[in-house]
Design a protein around this ligand. Structure first.
Ligand code: SF4
Length: 177
């Protein structure tokens, strides 16, 4: 199938991209992350995603960096803990735009690198993806079968930048992805 892979960063793109290619899909990468703060970090992750896409041999498109829109949706939940309601809003925000990109480009379905992180609940992301895109969402849990470990190994061998916080300004005190 022609699958759009929402990409959050280079490391996750490496692992999830390789898993989808191994399933035999034609993969198109879509970097859409208005949650990422500050802008320097956004572009650092984009460069890593582009490098991963090159290694994978897939196309990569960049969505709008509409950080103000994202913040309007998420800031009322600023004090939520990571994995709480703010994160659910954040997942939905990015999956909705990825769904629109899938339709606009007449591709078959979409999924996200987000489930590869051991800090992100695949069940929640898959539920939101299906609410957003119905049958066009491809539910996956890329962390399974040592997916996260394999992503780290690929990232090291490809020399990809690896961040130490999830992405938004509210997560900057955290020490994980
Ligand atoms: S912690 Fe991560 S998933 Fe949660 S709102 Fe911030 S960027 Fe989004």
């Amino acid at each position: 199938m022609k699958v759009v892979l929402h990409i959050c960063c280079g490391v996750c793109a490496a692992g999830a991209g390789q898993a989808l290619l191994a399933e035999g899909h034609e993969v198109t990468g879509y970097y859409y992350n208005p949650n990422i703060y500050p802008p320097d970090e956004y572009y650092r992750r984009f460069d890593a995603a582009a490098k991963a896409a090159e290694h994978l041999g897939i196309r990569l498109f960049e969505g709008p960096y509409n950080a103000d829109d994202w913040d309007r949706a998420a800031s009322c939940l600023a004090n939520e803990p990571e994995r709480g309601r703010r994160c659910h809003v954040c997942y939905r925000f990015r999956l909705q735009q990825t769904y629109l990109f899938t339709l606009e480009n007449q591709l078959d379905c979409f999924t996200s690198t987000l489930t590869i992180s051991p800090h992100k609940p695949a069940a929640v992301i898959n539920r939101i993806g299906q609410e957003v895109g119905g049958d066009r969402f491809l539910p996956r849990d890329f962390k399974k079968k040592e997916g996260f470990k394999k992503a780290g190994e690929l990232a090291r061998s490809w020399g990809l930048y690896r961040q130490n916080y999830c992405g938004c300004k509210y997560s900057m005190q955290g020490a994980h992805r």
